[in-house]
Design a protein around this ligand. Structure first.
Ligand code: DC
Length: 229
């Protein structure tokens, strides 16, 4: 058992397997795991439910005004052995993974007021270290002093194939083309927004897992983590 607890930041493009890796590390190191994408997705679900965003309009001001009414929390579900996100005390873990939420989330995540609120909560969750957090700006903005930063990449095709398999495995009705288009659009918006764009921190280690198995990737990063512990 190590006494020293560190912060592990995992950033990268959509569907690069960040959460799979983050969960594996958290379990092995007995750390807290936080999926920050789930937080942006939950705010997006809220915006959809309240009618602040749709195909034809985006009432940014309306959403910003209502942000204080949005409460997010993670609750550990022992049956599935990971945390699930709750929006205003309702478990939305399944609903936030829909294609509809995926189609709007990058627009919501580009709003500085949304980012400010969620980043504050993320820093609070990580204040005692012993945390693995995945997202887009964890190593650059949320925890610039994280002891280990990983930046994950993989080809768009490989990512779309994995995501498509995952969604159809959950019984969702999606096409491969739709998933690929969503991934490419999110890559573009997430990388080009003004506030906290997705970029590799200068001190992050880049891992391209297009041809890397989940186990090989885990062993590789676990070595990096234990070297810092
Ligand atoms: O990790 P994910 O695909 O579930 O994230 C959903 C979206 O949320 C992603 O397209 C961009 C946004 N996001 C972000 O802007 N910053 C983060 N730290 C995490 C996610």
């Amino acid at each position: 058992m190590q006494d020293k607890k560190i912060t592990i930041a995992i950033d990268g493009f959509s569907s690069t397997g960040k959460s799979t890796l983050a969960k594996q590390l958290a379990r092995r190191l007995n750390y807290i795991y936080v999926d920050t994408g789930a937080m942006y997705r939950a705010v997006t679900l809220y915006a959809l439910q309240q009618g602040f965003i749709s195909v034809s309009h985006f009432d940014e001001q309306g959403l910003v005004t209502h942000l204080p009414k949005v409460t997010l929390k993670f609750v550990f579900n022992t049956e599935v052995a990971h945390s699930e996100v709750f929006l205003n005390n309702v478990n939305v873990e399944h609903d936030i993974r829909s294609m509809e939420v995926s189609n709007y989330v990058s627009k919501i995540a580009a709003l500085p007021q949304v980012r400010e609120k969620l980043v504050e909560q993320q820093r609070f969750m990580g204040r005692e270290k012993g945390i693995v957090m995945d997202g887009r700006d964890i190593g650059t903005v949320v925890f610039p002093d994280a002891e280990l930063k990983i930046f994950m990449t993989a080809g768009a095709d490989a990512r779309a194939r994995r995501r498509f398999d995952e969604l159809t495995g959950q019984g969702r009705d999606v096409s491969y083309e739709e998933v690929l288009k969503n991934i490419e659009e999110r890559d573009y918006i997430d990388s080009n927004r003004k506030d906290s764009p997705l970029q590799k921190a200068v001190d992050a280690i880049e891992v391209d897992n297009t041809n890397l198995s989940i186990d090989a990737q885990f062993e590789k990063i676990l070595k990096l983590a234990t070297a810092v512990l």
